[in-house]
Design a protein around this ligand. Structure first.
Ligand code: PRP
Length: 185
């Protein structure tokens, strides 16, 4: 029978990732960190061992949020940053960056409150995410940090998907493949 799951060991947790068709020619294994309290805690504990010393951590909403919270707790950091994907009413004078995504072929924005972007200026920043795949999200976050005047000191994720695993500029715990689908299937 066709294997509909991809099973992997992530930070000592065995997870069966459902395989999902995303295009006519491609399936991916779906990794959803939200709600997985055990994996958040264990992956954060492993990831903090690998990352450089920085002033702040940043992620983009949404799935990186529990991970960055737990990493900040372990590192005894009192503050971290979550870039939002749209401007929110609480943002007074929002700091917005616009990035063109090759994969989705559209513009996406990342926003911080101005006070947050001011805090980043001149600081060493670690970008955190749950997964790095095409790298588009990472690129958007790098752009945000740099435009805010911060220095990207590292880029870390729990998983590197597909070709991302070949990258030398990212820190990750495990890699996992994408699954090309042949026309006959
Ligand atoms: O390297 P990439 O190809 O950019 O893919 C990785 C990104 O995609 C996922 O987020 P998604 O865009 O699904 O947003 P969400 O966390 O808000 O669900 C994931 O959490 C990463 O942020």
């Amino acid at each position: 029978m066709e294997n509909k799951y991809y099973e992997m060991n992530i930070a000592g947790c065995i997870r069966r990732l459902p395989r999902i068709r995303i295009t006519d020619s491609m399936e991916i294994a779906s990794f959803v960190l939200l709600g997985d309290a055990e994996l958040v805690v264990k992956a954060a504990a492993e990831l903090v061992k690998k990352v450089p010393e920085v002033d702040y951590l940043i992620t983009a909403e949404a799935k990186g949020i529990p991970l960055i919270q737990e990493m900040a707790r372990i590192l005894d950091m009192k503050r971290y940053f979550v870039a939002r994907k749209s401007v929110k009413p609480y943002m007074i004078d929002p700091f917005v960056t616009e990035v063109y995504s090759i994969t989705t072929q559209k513009k996406q924005i990342l926003c911080l409150d101005r006070e947050e972007s001011n805090m980043i200026r001149g600081k060493k920043i670690l970008i955190v995410d749950d997964v790095i795949s095409t790298g588009e999200s990472l690129k958007a976050m790098e752009s945000l940090v740099e435009k805010a005047g911060g220095k990207v000191a590292g880029k870390a994720a729990i998983l590197a998907e597909g070709d991302a695993a070949k990258r030398k500029d990212i820190i990750y715990l495990e890699s996992f493949p994408v699954f090309p689908v042949t026309a006959s299937r």
